[in-house]
Design a protein around this ligand. Structure first.
Ligand code: 5GP
Length: 203
């Protein structure tokens, strides 16, 4: 990152905003709205996961094969990367993030806890937010509602989600935890936190 960069680590007054949360918490809905309200740049991750019918390549993810992903790691092209659910690789392409930060933009990363820990270590000025479900029962209901999967898969995702929440809390990496009870309120809380951080960075 920019040597001697400012508090936001952007070198240009930008802000790196990281949003994480378990599967079923409503992350994608929240991040889309935060991108709009902050006029932020959404960081499109590279992944080895195959696209689903809902994915738009290039908008949601850059879909790459394992060899290309490994090449990107070796060439230092990823800001962070992780294997999620022990299965597929996901990573944040470095260049678009650095360019947007240098232009003073807010850049939003929707990544898992392992990736957020790397960002915390390497870019301490980033603002890290973790989204929580109101409670376990609601999380399970949300996972069932959006389920394209069978019961076993839903239970696995539920167990993973609980593990991820515990990991996020224990890591000490996150600045803020917000409960996604109502989408509008949660979006507002995230945007307020980002604005506060931007103001502090300008001091
Ligand atoms: P999905 O396959 O459901 O789109 O995403 C699975 C998980 O991967 C989510 O928790 C998502 O936040 C995480 N993820 C997506 N992109 C990245 C990335 O670039 N880096 C890391 N570390 N995690 C990511």
């Amino acid at each position: 990152m920019t040597p001697g960069g400012d508090k936001s680590e952007g070198g240009g007054g930008g802000l790196l905003l990281v949003i994480s949360g378990p599967s079923g918490v409503g992350k994608t809905t929240i991040t889309r709205q935060v991108v709009q309200c902050m006029n932020a740049v959404f960081s499109v991750s590279a992944t080895t996961r195959p696209p689903t019918a809902a994915d738009v390549p290039g908008r949601d993810y850059l879909f790459v094969d394992r060899a290309e992903f490994e090449r990107m790691i070796a060439a230092g092209e990823l800001l962070e990367h992780a294997t999620v659910f022990g299965k597929y690789c996901y990573g944040t392409p470095r260049r678009p993030v650095e360019q947007a930060l240098a232009q003073g933009r807010v850049v939003l990363l929707e990544i898992d806890v392992q990736g957020a820990l790397q960002i915390r270590r390497n870019l301490p000025g980033a603002l890290l937010i973790f989204l929580l479900p109101p409670d376990d029962r609601i999380l399970l209901e949300r996972l069932k509602k959006r389920a394209r999967e069978g019961v076993d898969e839903i239970n696995r995702r539920f167990a993973e989600a609980k593990k991820e929440i515990a990991l996020a809390r224990d890591s000490g990496a996150y600045d803020l935890f917000f409960v996604n009870e109502r989408v509008e309120k949660c979006v507002e809380e995230v945007c307020d936190a980002a604005r506060n951080r931007l103001q502090r960075g300008d001091d």
